[in-house]
Design a binder for this molecule. Structure first.
Ligand SMILES: NC(=O)c1ccc[n+]([C@@H]2O[C@H](COP(=O)([O-])OP(=O)(O)OC[C@H]3O[C@@H](n4cnc5c(N)ncnc54)[C@H](O)[C@@H]3O)[C@@H](O)[C@H]2O)c1
Length: 376
């Protein structure tokens, strides 16, 4: 008989359904329980998503009393910290939705607790499972570009501002950066091998979100809808990061990697007002290089695929539990992503460049077999 992996889900809103669907497609996984703070919501979710024999709770701590191997955290950003820490302390592996947390301190504490408990803390960046993202990483890591000294990433929606918890500072932590910017940061930093950020000079604004002509909840809009930052990275590299939920422009430009031997340009796939960001995949990959002193532009074919990258992320978490592997997308790496967002907010508030310090993180499970993490 197959060893069943016993899973719990905390938060039963929109994205929890995608987690549940992915788990339900695996014949070696059982969703044992679901928790949501809104009374009755977990029960309704279990019925709607058709999860057999799962228990419903209105307090995640009661769910954690069950015999579980792993937990998907699908709450608004603000509760990622408390629910992840409670899960780790209850000896469960954690797959937490992006962004890691609301603050850098919270993210660091989550990683420290995971290490201390020797449990996995994996973060939900499904674009890593897109074969085209992997191809880009392979090209850069192969050394084909030479020394990569400049990266420009980000992206922009012409109009695509969410509502509800996503625009509340306390619940979301940040706006466009925490919602979609963290994907572009993960794209660029993962390709480079997650170098440490040193300083950041940033600007953020919310001219669209706070204008009732553009946002139905303008009076409640507390976060940024636009952000731009210059981040100095270790190794003499610089990252130019730009993100927008709304703007009077079609695009904030491509993602580019400039190296001493070649350059690489990526455009995002998709079209329409909510597109222009990296969770929708890569539209084109072009290599700019010289052959015999002639400029050559080579289009690298973008692989058409039917991979359900979201399901892959959930499956990889389950595989890591079963095979006792390290976190596929380790929290200790994503702390760097969170540190940049934290630095952008501080720099923007102060109106000047600020240093980025990432506290030391204790060694533990995620350090084991480090070269096996997703897309490495
Ligand atoms: N990876 C992706 O593609 C993707 C897409 C959308 C959202 N997300 C992330 O998923 C998270 C949830 O987003 P959503 O759109 O599903 O939000 P949502 O508001 O639809 O659902 C969140 C649910 O969590 C519940 N909740 C809040 N606090 C809780 C707590 N302490 N314990 C238990 N339940 C609690 C809420 O009642 C709600 O039902 C966010 O962090 C978001 O950034 C990821």
């Amino acid at each position: 008989m197959k060893q069943m992996v016993r899973i719990g889900i905390i938060g039963s809103g929109g994205i929890a359904a995608a987690h549940a669907k992915a788990y339900l497609e695996m014949d070696d996984v059982q969703i044992v329980g679901v928790a949501d703070i809104i009374p009755g919501k977990a029960e309704e979710f279990i019925k709607r998503v058709e999860i057999k024999d799962a228990q419903a709770f209105d307090d995640h701590k009661k769910l954690l009393d069950l015999d579980l191997d792993g937990v998907s955290i699908c709450t608004p950003n603000v509760a990622h910290h408390s629910t992840s820490i409670d899960s780790l302390l209850a000896d469960k592996h954690v797959l937490v939705e992006k962004p890691l947390a609301v603050t850098l301190d919270q993210g660091v504490e989550m990683v420290q607790v995971a290490k201390k408990q020797n449990k996995m803390l994996s973060v939900g960046f499904q674009p890593r499972y897109d074969p085209n993202m992997q191809a880009v990483k392979d090209i850069v890591q192969s050394g084909r570009l030479g020394n990569v000294y400049y990266v420009q990433t980000g992206g922009g929606r012409r109009r695509g501002m969410p509502t509800g918890t996503f625009i509340n500072k306390e619940l979301a932590g940040a706006g466009a950066m925490a919602d979609i910017g963290c994907y572009s940061l993960d794209l660029a930093l993962n390709v480079l091998g997650y170098p440490k950020p040193l300083t950041v000079s940033a600007y953020t604004s919310n001219h669209f979100g706070t204008n009732p002509n553009y946002h139905p909840e303008a009076d409640k809009f507390e976060v940024e809808d636009f952000g731009i930052a210059m981040v100095r990275l270790e190794g003499g590299k610089v990252l130019n990061f730009k993100i927008s939920w709304a703007m009077h422009m079609d695009s904030l430009g491509s993602t580019i990697f400039l190296g001493t031997d070649a350059g690489l340009k990526l455009t995002p796939a998709g079209s329409g007002p909510w597109s222009g960001v990296w969770d929708g995949g890569i539209g084109s990959i072009s290599l700019y290089h010289d052959i015999n002193n002639h400029h050559v532009d080579t289009d690298i074919p973008v692989q058409k695929h039917n991979i359900d990258i979201f399901a892959e992320k959930v499956r990889d978490f389950v595989v890591a539990i079963k095979e006792e592997k390290p976190a596929p997308i380790p929290g200790e790496q994503i702390v760097i992503n969170q540190a940049i967002i934290d630095g952008i907010l501080r720099s923007s508030e102060k109106g000047k460049e600020v240093d980025i310090h990432i506290p030391e993180i204790l060694s533990g499970r995620s350090n084991v077999n480090k070269n096996k993490v997703a897309n490495e």
